[in-house]
Design a protein around this ligand. Structure first.
Ligand SMILES: Nc1nc2c(ncn2[C@@H]2O[C@H](COP(=O)(O)OP(=O)(O)O)[C@@H](O)[C@H]2O)c(=O)[nH]1
Ligand SMILES: [Mg+2]
Length: 243
């Protein structure tokens, strides 16, 4: 039977955080009787990420979980694209492996897509700060503000927070656009939104609950530098008519 929703989780060296998250997701799916498939993408981890994914999923015998693994680390963007490409449902959502946005927030993104109101919905940590529980360390929070400011200036997108790891898609409209995407690391969120908007899809930034979870794999210096390079690449692509 075709699933109603595909839940994609990109995972890189997540053997410590992933098990609990998978169990929470599958428990949520079961409790709410969702016809869901879970797609875990192991992005070239050097730890037991893929094994943990299979072991945790096996605790939910009725559930449908696919574990995709490739040997070389390619970046979160590549992992999310790989997951979305294999998603079978007409609506897909991706979530960070640490469930910083609790899976219970799923209807906030899914319902407007199901209703045909929007095509791409994405969590935001900037619209309603009262939803933020445990905050990131001050330096990272400020870094996030600066990055989102630069993203707005460079891309012309008017969203307050493009980087939250909780985004949902009407796959009938979004799947064809995946072929146009070029960014493999953290700039991919911006490319997704830019290309979707350019093609006339309806986008909505939606405030969601969010909690900082220890164990982030993001390196502020390395990944910020890469992010700026990727932003430049997106704007060059736009200029050259790649999209
Ligand atoms: N840092 C990093 N994360 C990746 C990569 N590929 C997939 N991911 C996943 O992308 C998400 C990034 O979340 P996290 O490390 O918590 O970042 P943060 O909370 O935004 O600082 C997690 O689900 C990672 O497992 C990669 O190459 N690098
Ligand atoms: Mg995180």
């Amino acid at each position: 039977m075709k699933p109603f929703i595909s839940i994609v989780v990109p995972a890189f060296d997540e053997d410590e955080r992933l098990g609990v998250s998978i169990e929470k997701i599958l428990a949520y799916v079961q409790t709410n009787n969702l016809a869901a498939e879970l797609v875990v993408v192991d992005d070239g981890s050097s730890d037991r990420t893929a094994d943990i994914a299979r072991e945790s999923a096996s605790k939910y015998p009725g559930s449908v979980t696919k574990v995709i693994r490739y040997e070389q680390n390619r970046g979160k963007g590549y992992a999310v694209k790989t997951g979305l490409m294999s998603a079978e449902a007409d609506i897909a959502i991706f979530s960070d492996a640490d469930l910083s946005t609790p899976i219970e927030e799923l209807p906030k993104l899914i319902d407007p897509i199901r209703a045909g109101q929007y095509d791409v919905t994405f969590g935001s940590r900037a619209i309603d700060r009262s939803l933020i529980g445990d905050r990131q360390p001050w330096r990272r929070e400020q870094g996030g503000r600066v990055i989102n400011f630069v993203i707005r200036k460079m891309s012309g997108l008017e969203f307050a927070d493009t980087q939250c790891g909780f985004k949902a898609f009407n796959m009938t409209k979004f799947r064809p656009l995946l072929d146009l995407m070029t960014i493999d690391r953290f700039g991919f969120d911006v490319e997704f939104l830019y290309v979707a908007k350019f093609h006339g899809l309806k986008l909505a930034e939606i405030p969601v609950r969010w909690n900082d979870v220890a164990g982030s794999k993001v390196s502020v210096f390395r990944d910020t530098r890469r992010m700026f390079n990727e932003l430049r690449q997106i704007m060059n692509n736009a200029k050259k008519g790649v999209y």
